[in-house]
Design a protein. Structure first.
Lengths: 123, 275
């Protein structure tokens, strides 16, 4: 049932990505519309506001969740494509291990950068 | 009557693909691809090989590629095709035995691998004692559509995943597996699960849905695969219902959806059948 679990997580990740991209679009690109709905919103591209968002716990958590879900979704898709062309058990093990390793390294790196930025700021 | 050109891809055992060959055929009202092939073999080339049997879209023998689309030769009329040139190839995603004859061994091996028959936990309910396994119309509706499959292989030829991964189970075996998993009389889900949830099972389907578009019987294999995914996920989460229908044993049983089924008795054979 491992493949079913991978597939289910992949679908769950897609939904989470969709929601987080909606939040991103709302905050970063639809701020004019958002301002009509909720009143004044900070200018999303202003340097100070960007730094403040990076230090917000909620934003940091959302960044890390987006990073994790996007990595899983992307690497699961890559693994699926590769397994179509290299379908032996040995190739499957190598491909899965490679995807887990690459995804893990990128996740740790991305999380570290996000957390360090949140703690120390841009400077 | 128009003159048609049947452009046929020829394969010879031991020599492989020997190229395309054109045959000129005069069309007639109601003429099918199968009629055209018969005409060619009778009047132009007796060595041309293809599979067929029933001539009415039931046996599933005459699947081939017509103008780049998997279809049945017997229920494709030449008038339904555009242009005067008709290209014919053996079904994709299968080895070729000769000309338009695909080797469907892999199809039937994958089909048998998913246990396409009723599996019961209670071995005494194999029907030998004459007891009926009751089923309500609503329970029948859960899988009825998928029983129309004629195992022609057209969906397998249309599947893009099978083209790149020959080990993928494919739409026909996955549909057959769902047909039995959804049957209220069956309890073979666990027996099939390992194969279905494996690396070449349901999760490998990209949902291109070409199988459903190509199916000559309207079975909709893509839907069956999505329903199969749902069942496997529910099973993974431990919330799938899976109690098989009880056998009728002289009293009206309750079927899975709560309806009462009438008791069933096997009529006794006549004592003197010769009379």
């Amino acid at each position: 049932m491992r493949e079913t679990a991978y597939w289910l997580i992949n679908i769950a990740c897609a939904i989470v990505i969709l929601v987080l991209l909606g939040v991103h679009m709302g905050v970063m690109h639809l701020d004019a519309i958002l301002a009509r709905l909720v009143g004044t919103v900070p200018e999303p591209l202003a340097w100070e506001n960007m730094v403040n968002r990076g230090k917000s716990t909620t934003q940091v958590v959302l960044y890390i969740v987006l990073l994790g879900t996007a990595l899983f979704h992307g690497f699961y898709g890559l693994r699926t494509m590769l397994l179509e062309f290299f379908s032996s058990d040995r190739a499957a093990r190598v491909i899965t291990a490679g995807c887990v390793t690459a995804g893990g390294v990128l996740f740790v790196t991305g999380t570290a950068v996000t957390v360090v930025f949140a703690l120390n700021g841009a400077g | 009557m128009a003159q048609l050109t049947f452009r046929i891809r020829r394969f010879q055992p031991g020599r492989g693909d020997t190229g395309w060959q054109d045959f000129s055929v005069e069309s007639s009202p109601g003429m099918t691809i199968l009629d055209g092939l018969h005409h060619i073999r009778e009047h132009q080339d007796g060595s041309l090989a293809w599979r067929h049997s029933c001539r009415m879209g039931v046996c599933g023998s005459c699947g081939l590629i017509v103008n780049g689309e998997p279809r049945l030769a017997c229920n494709t009329q030449v008038e339904s095709l555009t242009g005067s040139r008709i290209s014919l190839e053996p079904l994709w995603n299968f080895p070729v035995a000769k000309d338009l004859v695909p080797d469907l061994s892999s199809l039937f091996e994958k089909h048998s691998a998913v246990a396409p028959y009723l599996v019961r936990d209670d071995s005494e309910d194999d029907g030998s004692d004459g007891r009926e396994l009751a089923q309500s119309p609503a329970e029948l509706d859960q899988f009825l559509q998928f029983t129309s499959c004629i195992k022609c292989g057209v969906c397998m030829a249309a599947c893009p995943t099978l083209a790149s991964d020959p080990d993928f189970l494919g739409p026909m075996p996955l549909t057959a597996a769902y047909r039995y998993n959804a049957d209220s009389r069956d309890s073979g889900f666990d027996a099939r699960k390992t194969k279905l949830a494996g690396r070449h099972g349901m999760s490998h389907c990209h949902y291109a849905a070409e199988c459903s578009r190509a199916c000559p019987k309207g079975v909709d294999p893509a839907r069956a695969i999505q329903l199969l995914k749902r069942d496997l996920v529910l099973d993974l989460l431990g919330v799938r219902r899976r109690e098989p229908a009880p056998p009728v044993d002289g009293r009206a049983p309750r079927t899975r959806d709560g309806l009462q089924a009438p008791p069933f008795t096997v009529p006794s054979p006549p004592e003197n059948p010769d009379e």
